[in-house]
Design a protein around this ligand. Sequence first.
Ligand SMILES: NC(=[NH2+])NCCC[C@H](N)C(=O)O
Ligand SMILES: [Mn+2]
Ligand SMILES: [Mn+2]
Length: 303
Amino acid sequence: MKVKQKTVSILSVPFDLGAGRKGVHLSPNAILQAGLEQRLADAGVSCVLEGEVVPPSTGKGKQNTADNLKNLEEVVTVNEKLADRVEAVVRKGQFPLVLGGDHSIAIGTLSGLTRHYKNLGVIWFDAHSDLNTAETSPSGNIHGMSLAVGLGMGDPRLTKIKEGGHPIKSKHVVIIGARSIDEGEKAYINDSGVTCFTMHDIDQMGMEEVIAQTLDLLRDTTDGIHLSFDVDSLDPLEAPGTGTPVKGGVSYREAQFALRLLHESGLITSAEFVEVNPTLESDNATAEVALEFIASLLGEQIL
Ligand SMILES: NC(=[NH2+])NCCC[C@H](N)C(=O)O
Ligand SMILES: [Mn+2]
Ligand SMILES: [Mn+2]
């Protein structure tokens, strides 16, 4: 089935202060330089480069750890800007494709989206669940808290970015690929209604069934579905350039399959690809993998 596609608006967010390791800010350029525009053009996808959401430079490396929220001010500033940019793209009727950056930027993406969508569905590919708050976080790194903020939990300085947007309901959130979940996150998942397909579930059910059940959950109850793709969902053997790798992840083929199925569903209305860190590898391999997946999600065909 060929669905008439919207124009894809690419927003770069070269931000790394939500993560514990430096370098993930180089990712948007690494993905663009790997040939993203040409690849999409070849696949018949029209896209526009929206440029960068420029992060504040102050505090770089300062790591203010007050309240177990490292670099809070910078995270708030970049996400406020990103939320406005994403909102503007959606209002133009275009498909926002956000290139992170560390995963804290999902706070801004989700905020912008929920100003438009009344019942946003979220598919969160990740080795982690990013459901910590300052109280439960073992690290104070805000990239481990972004899904919690999206669900309205956590420090008010973060959750206020979502004010004015429609709340995301926990039953509309599906995590796929998780294998490193902190104690506080486990407790939340177990009584919140968030769906979490762990690596064990993927082993048992197969990716096709995982995606089928995900779409069944979201198809009739949401008015838009955002894909938030953390490359650490992948097995580090195939995507080593990421700051918090966890072994035993989603294989390249499983992820390709998932993204093609998501494309075929015609239900995905926005996406972000985060946590590629080009400084942790010598050959840009992980940025290239991200590029492959973006192309598949947006409709590139083998034949
Ligand atoms: N987006 C990510 N890579 N998050 C990693 C989070 C790791 C850990 N759970 C923490 O909160 O510190
Ligand atoms: Mn993540
Ligand atoms: Mn992760």
